[in-house]
Design a protein. Structure first.
Length: 335
């Protein structure tokens, strides 16, 4: 770390001011962002004021918030020093994760050390994907260290996105021969038979979130070619019956809409050399009244098995628009 901290400047109030120096002015410009928008983002989220003074930044505010802001600025500067880009999501990630934070326990820490030398990231053809919250960090580690992993929590927490990214990464590295993405074709108030077209045209609208995630990690022509060659399959859960999936990375999305029998059927498709990920949100079950969610049963029955990884997300892990977390909290408290 080449940024240098200056001693605190005494102040009459509880507010404190700290100076942090960044020797490379070019990197400092990138750190501040266009029209200092990165600094403004940090100011808003941490409740501090940040002023530019040559190659120094003065951070003013409550002592605790000031220290947090300095940690965020230093972490982002280190990222730039390492030659990595700095995007808006990276600022949010640094604020959420904090400097050196590892709240996942010793076991998870050991998993992370086995995974890319301790740095938790997923490399795909189009982008480098990094977890933005502690739960996402633990989830990614679980995806690479368990043959069967569950990601359970509300919408917008990256459960499916990170699972597809991990699948693409393992496929490109030759660790699996194919990717299989599936979800139950169940939606509230609508049935497949009511939709126009042949079976593929009926099914594709339900699979679109999986196509969208895939498009983020592979060039369009390459993805289309791999789908045509059946090296990537996107299909409804019902199409999994009777198959054994060897040397594959398999994702079941929206698993809360699978029945108990469908879940058992899917889980027993796991073959040699394969990895399987199950994602779902307990609060969004669209099954008919009285039908038990297969995700609920799987969690209850499989939680004691040590070889299976379970990661839980909350509204704090939402990485979409900030309002999404507030909406989830509002619905969760109205019970």
């Amino acid at each position: 770390m080449t940024a240098s901290l200056q001693p605190p400047i005494p102040a009459a109030s509880t507010s404190s001011e700290r100076l942090v120096e960044f020797p490379d002015n070019r990197l400092l410009i990138d750190l501040c962002g266009e029209y200092d928008r990165n600094l403004a983002d940090i100011e808003t989220k941490l409740g501090v004021q940040i002023l530019r003074r040559g190659n120094q930044l003065a951070v003013i505010g409550d002592a605790g918030a000031t220290e947090d802001a300095i940690g965020v600025l230093s972490g982002l500067y280190e990222r730039l020093e390492a030659g990595r880009d700095l995007e808006q999501g990276d600022i949010d990630r640094q604020i959420r994760m904090g400097p050196g934070e590892d709240p996942q326990g010793e076991d998870a820490g050991e998993q992370l050390e086995m995974f890319k030398g301790g740095r938790v990231e997923i490399k795909t053809r189009k982008k480098l994907v990094e977890p933005r919250t502690a739960a996402q960090k633990s989830y990614v580690a679980s995806l690479f260290s368990h043959d069967l992993a569950f990601g359970i929590g509300p919408a917008g927490t990256g459960k499916t996105y990170l699972a597809v990214a991990a699948g693409v990464s393992m496929f490109l590295a030759g660790e699996v021969d194919r990717i299989v993405l599936s979800r139950p074709a169940v939606e509230a108030g609508e049935r497949l038979g009511f939709l126009p077209g042949d079976m593929k045209e009926k099914v594709d609208p339900y699979m679109q979130p999986l196509y969208d995630a895939l498009a983020d990690f592979l060039p369009g022509k390459q993805a289309a070619k791999l789908i045509e060659e059946k090296r990537i399959e996107i299909a409804p859960l019902a199409f999994m019956r009777g198959r054994t999936l060897n040397n594959a990375f398999v994702v079941l999305d929206e698993a809360q809409n699978a029945t108990s029998m469908q879940m058992k059927m899917f889980l027993t498709r796991l073959g040699e050399g394969s990895r399987m990920v199950v994602t779902g949100d307990r609060s969004q079950v669209d099954l008919p009244r009285g039908v038990t969610s297969g995700l609920h049963d799987a969690e209850r029955l499989l939680k004691p098995i040590e070889q299976i990884g379970f990661t839980y997300f909350s509204a704090r892990d939402v990485v979409r628009h900030p309002l999404v977390a507030a909406i989830i909290d509002a619905y969760d408290t109205d019970v």
